[in-house]
Design a protein. Structure first.
Length: 484
C-alpha cells in the first residue's frame, strides 16, 4: 500500500471508529457524517470505507435508527439535518457502485425501506436525494428486480403524488424517470392507476412549460393505456388529452412535432380501445382534427395518419358531419385526389394508410349525398384520377376496397357512368372492375368492386357491350345478386 493510501486508510478507519460510538449527541453524528463524506470523494477511498464496514456503521447510528419508526411530521431540525447528511453519503457511495447497493439490499433492508418512505417527506432536499438514490438503485436491471422485492409498491406509487408538489423541474423529471422505470411491472402500474390526480400531472406540466416532462407523461399515459384500456375513464384521460392537444395547436412554437404526434397517437389509441367513451367526445375530436388542418403541423405524415384515423371513426358514427364538412370545404376533394397521386407500390406505409382513410372519408361524404358526389366529379371528370388510383392501389385491401365504394357512390348519384361511356373509356373501366371483382384475394374488395360494377351498368346499360366483349356476363350476374 502506498504512503498516501496508507494515510487515507488510517484517516477513514479512525472516522468509522468515531461514528461507531453509541452515546453521542445528534450534533456529533452530523459533524461526523460531514467529515466522512469529505474523506470518501475518490473511488479508492470509497472502497476503503466499504471494506472497513463503514456502511454498516453509519446505518446503525443510534439517532438515525430511532427515526426509522418515527412519524416524519415529528422530525426535529436536528433529525432532518442528520437524515440529509446520511443521504448525501449514501448517494456518494452508491453512485454507479452496484456493490454498495447489493450490500444495502442484502444486509440493510430496513434502511432501504425507510429511505423509500422518505419519498413523502415534506423537505424538498430529502425527497430529491431519495429520488436520486432510487434512480441509481434501479439503473441496473438485476438490482431493480431486487429493489422491488424490498420496497413496497405503495411507496413507489407515491412518486406520482410528488410530481409538481415541489415546483422543481429537476425533481419532477427524476420522479417521472422512476415511474417509467417501474412501468414494466404490472403491480406498479396497478398502483399508479389508483392515483386520483393523474390528469392534473399533465395539465400541471403544461402550465409549467416543461416540454420534456409533458413528453414523458404522454409516453407514460400510453403505457398505462396499453396495460388497462379502462384506465382512460378512471384517470380522466379524455378531457385532459383534448386540452393538451388544444394547448399544442394554439400555443407557441416551443411545442414540437414530436409532442403533437405523441398526443394524437395516444388520442387515436383511446378511440380504438374505448369506442363507447369516445362517442361522448366526438364533437371535440372533430374540432381537434379541423384545427390540425389549419396548424403548422398539418404537413407531418405521422400526425396526418392519426388525425385521419380519428376522423374515420368519428364520421362513421356521425355521417352527416362528414357530408357537411366536405360540402363546406370543397377543396378537400382536390386535396384527397392530389394525395392519391403520391401512391405507388413502394410508398411509405403511412402514405398507403392515409390514402385508404381519405378514400373512406370520401366514401362517407358521398354516400346518399348527390351534392358532394357532383362536387367530387367536377374535381375528377369521368373519374379518371380515381380509377387510376384504384389500379395503382389494387394490392392494398383498404385502399382498393374503399375506393370501390367511392366509385359506386359516384356511379349511382351522378352522370359519371354516362360520361365514362361517352368518353370512350367503357372498355378500360369495365376491364379494371371485372378483373378486381373476380380475382382479388380479398372477399371484401371483390364484393365492393362488384357493387360498383353493378351500379356502373345500372346507371348506363350501354356498358353491357364492353362487358360482353370481355366475357364478363357471369361476373356481372354475380354482382347483381349482391345488390338484391
Amino acid at each position: 500500500m502506498q504512503e498516501n493510501d496508507s494515510e487515507s486508510f488510517k484517516t477513514i478507519s479512525k472516522a468509522i471508529e468515531s461514528m461507531s460510538r453509541t452515546d453521542e449527541s445528534e450534533m456529533f453524528y452530523i459533524g461526523g457524517l460531514n467529515v466522512v463524506n469529505s474523506l470518501i470523494q475518490s473511488d479508492e477511498d470509497r472502497i476503503i470505507f466499504l471494506d472497513e464496514n463503514g456502511l454498516n456503521v453509519i446505518c446503525e447510528i443510534v439517532p438515525l435508527q430511532k427515526s426509522l419508526n418515527k412519524d416524519q411530521i415529528d422530525y426535529t431540525k436536528m433529525e432532518i439535518s442528520l437524515i440529509n447528511d446520511f443521504l448525501i453519503i449514501i448517494n456518494n457511495l452508491c453512485n454507479e457502485n452496484q456493490t454498495c447497493f447489493q450490500h444495502l439490499l442484502s444486509q440493510q433492508t430496513s434502511i432501504v425501506c425507510w429511505i423509500a418512505k422518505l419519498l413523502l417527506c415534506r423537505i424538498f432536499d430529502i425527497r430529491y436525494k431519495v429520488v436520486r438514490f432510487i434512480n441509481n438503485a434501479i439503473s441496473c436491471t438485476s438490482k431493480r428486480r431486487e429493489f422491488i422485492k424490498v420496497v413496497p409498491w405503495s411507496h413507489l406509487s407515491q412518486l406520482s403524488y410528488k410530481i409538481f408538489s415541489s415546483y422543481s423541474q429537476l425533481l419532477d423529471r427524476c420522479c417521472l424517470q422512476l415511474i417509467k422505470s417501474f412501468c414494466q411491472h404490472k403491480e406498479f402500474l396497478k398502483a399508479i392507476i389508483e392515483i386520483n390526480n393523474f390528469d392534473g400531472l399533465i395539465c400541471g406540466a403544461i402550465k409549467k412549460g416543461d416540454i420534456s416532462l409533458v413528453e414523458d407523461l404522454l409516453i407514460l399515459c400510453d403505457l398505462l393505456l396499453n396495460h388497462d384500456k379502462n384506465v382512460a375513464t378512471r384517470l380522466n384521460f379524455w378531457p385532459t388529452l383534448i386540452n393538451v392537444i388544444e394547448s399544442f395547436l394554439n400555443g407557441t412554437n416551443r411545442y414540437e412535432t414530436v409532442h403533437v404526434s405523441l398526443a394524437y397517437g395516444l388520442l387515436y389509441n383511446l378511440c380504438i380501445l374505448s369506442p363507447d367513451a369516445r362517442k361522448n367526445f366526438d364533437s371535440n375530436l372533430f374540432q381537434l382534427c379541423k384545427d390540425y388542418w389549419a396548424s403548422r403541423f398539418s404537413k407531418d405524415l405521422v400526425i396526418l395518419t392519426r388525425c385521419l384515423g380519428i376522423l374515420c371513426l368519428v364520421f362513421s358514427t356521425h355521417y352527416e358531419w362528414c357530408c357537411d364538412y366536405f360540402l363546406e370545404n370543397p377543396h378537400l376533394f382536390t386535396k384527397c385526389l392530389l394525395y392519391f397521386s403520391n401512391f405507388n407500390s413502394l410508398a411509405h406505409s403511412q402514405i398507403i394508410s392515409n390514402c385508404a382513410n381519405m378514400a373512406k372519408l370520401l366514401t362517407i361524404a358521398t354516400t346518399k349525398n348527390s351534392n358532394n358526389a357532383k362536387v367530387f366529379l367536377k374535381q375528377d371528370p369521368k373519374l379518371q384520377k380515381t380509377l387510376h388510383f384504384m389500379k395503382k392501389s389494387e394490392k392494398s385491401e383498404n385502399c382498393c376496397g374503399n375506393v370501390a365504394l367511392l366509385l359506386g357512390n359516384c356511379f349511382e348519384l351522378t352522370n359519371a357512368s354516362k360520361d365514362i361511356y361517352n368518353g370512350g373509356n367503357s372498355g378500360d373501366t369495365c376491364r379494371l372492375l371485372l378483373g378486381i371483382a373476380s380475382n382479388h384475394s380479398s372477399g371484401i374488395v371483390r364484393g365492393n368492386t362488384a357493387i360498383a360494377l353493378s351500379k356502373l351498368v345500372k346507371s348506363e346499360p350501354q356498358h353491357m357491350q364492353s362487358i360482353r366483349e370481355l366475357d364478363g356476363l357471369k361476373i356481372l350476374h354475380d354482382c347483381v345478386q349482391l345488390l338484391k
